[in-house]
Design a protein around this ligand. Structure first.
Ligand code: FAD
Length: 420
């Protein structure tokens, strides 16, 4: 017998960065209704960023990745259900609670629903793509498989020169592997950074011994006895490989939202309060597209921990009827071996940029502007510049382009007057 609507609590589907934060925020806000946090993975919720960094490098263990200690969920009256994928969901109707059903047939009633289902890796659909030794990196099981395979591999090809591909490439190279990064576009991390940073990353990875092939498509894989031994390129070449890591982006998981008739447009569409097109359903994290967090204009999809945390916090407030509007500056980091890239703000649409410092020293930053207004910074091994720009964006303090070019002047000394 399902509970009455008023006894059913919140169901959070997806037990990762956004889902855990949402459940924790509900409790911090004093919500005492039942919370069920259901996740498809068998592991208790864990952090993903170290998977392509410390975990692959062998300096972090599986146990060290957990978000919370094992007693946290029970201590906060959060029912954590691991290893159950929700396959069907129906919203509350009248006095009848909503109902989610998992692939094992388990039924989870709810009064309020939060979708924090994240994204899946985009698959490379070419001949030979199912050969053994071609791996992706999204979850802990992927990372364990990749780390194990890396031990015996000598020739590693990374398909995709985005953040995760470059982080994995750095970890493999640091272990002495022969590494080739193959990128279809004409520069690395093209969606997130300016050409000057893309060029720097290419040179820096090449200095460390990796080969970077730009404007190079992969058309298939070659194998022997079911195991990959080569990557076939569009220009007719074949790269020898005993391990391939594909990192060509992610696809937001929208299937449950679509089942519920929620608006989706390259992700689950949410407003500035993390509310979907159904007012009783919130969504947060990598599965969403949201209004630009600083300007409110247009829709963006942000695949990052800080964004998932900020949005999940808003979603919890919305669920308890305390809609909050916070101006949160997006930020992101990527550690590629000893290269530490930090980004604050969104540089999309910039019409001017200023490079502070010399990229050849491997410590510099790039500040982006549109119509004279500061948009963002990419800082490579330059944490002080990153922090100063993040503060400027948060507190709406002007940092005029003409004032920042001299790398000898610390940016924090320019942080004085608020923007008019
Ligand atoms: C290798 C790697 C490195 C990264 N490095 C960085 C970094 O350095 N900095 C940074 O800011 N970000 C980084 N990210 C991105 C960051 O981890 C994500 O933005 C963040 O995890 C998003 O959290 P999420 O909860 O929205 O989604 P996810 O972490 O994808 O979690 C969604 C969860 O929902 C579960 N799920 C999906 N559908 C269902 C269903 N129907 N039923 C039940 N459960 C379901 C999934 O199994 C998954 O566990 C990295 C990501 C990866 C993969």
């Amino acid at each position: 017998m399902p509970p009455a609507l008023e006894e059913a609590g919140t169901l959070v589907v997806g037990a990762s960065q956004a889902g855990v934060q949402l459940a924790a925020s509900l409790r911090q806000l004093g919500d005492t209704a039942p919370i069920t946090l259901v996740g498809a993975e068998t592991h208790p919720p864990y952090q993903r960023p170290p998977l392509s960094k410390e975990f692959l490098a062998g300096t972090a263990t599986q146990d060290g990745l957990a978000f919370r200690n094992t007693s946290y969920y029970a201590d906060h009256d959060i029912e954590l259900v691991c290893g159950e994928r929700v396959v069907d969901v129906a919203l509350p109707a009248g006095n009848r609670p909503g109902l989610a059903r998992t692939s094992s047939g388990r039924e989870l009633p709810f009064a309020r629903l939060a979708l924090t289902v994240g994204a899946r890796p985009r698959r490379l659909d070419v001949p030979g793509a199912d050969l053994d030794g071609i791996l992706y990196l999204r979850d802990l099981d992927d990372a364990v498989a990749l780390r194990d395979r890396l031990t015996d591999a000598s020739r590693v090809v990374v398909v995709g020169g985005g953040f995760i591909g470059l982080e994995a490439a750095a970890a493999a190279r640091a272990q002495g592997k022969d590494v080739v990064v193959v990128e279809a576009a004409d520069r690395l991390v093209g969606r997130a950074v300016a050409p000057v940073v893309s060029d720097f990353l290419r040179q820096a990875h090449e200095r460390r011994g990796s080969t970077v092939l730009l404007s190079t498509g992969v058309v298939g894989f070659r194998g022997t006895d079911g195991r990959v031994d080569g990557v076939l390129l569009a220009d007719g070449r074949a790269l020898p490989a005993d391990l391939v890591m594909v990192g060509i982006g992610v696809v937001p998981r929208t299937e449950l939202a679509e089942q519920l008739g929620l608006e989706c447009d390259g992700g689950i569409v949410v407003d500035a309060h993390a509310r979907t097109s159904a007012p009783s359903v919130v969504a947060a994290g990598d599965c969403t597209v949201l209004p630009h967090p600083l300007t409110g204009e247009g829709r963006v999809r942000l695949e990052s921990v800080p964004s998932a945390v900020a949005q999940a916090t808003l979603a919890a407030a919305t669920l308890v009827g305390r809609e909050a509007t916070t101006r949160s500056v997006p930020w992101f980091w990527s550690n590629q071996g000893d290269l530490k890239l930090q980004i604050a703000g969104l540089s999309t649409g910039f019409d001017e940029h200023v490079v502070r410092g010399d990229p050849d020293t491997e410590s510099f930053s790039v500040l982006y502007y549109r119509s004279g207004a500061l948009l963002a910074v990419d800082a490579v091994n330059a944490p002080a510049d990153y922090l100063a720009v993040r503060k400027a964006l948060t507190q709406e303090i002007a940092l005029p382009a003409e004032a920042v070019a001299d790398a000898g002047t610390p940016l924090k000394t320019l942080l004085t007057a608020p923007t008019a």
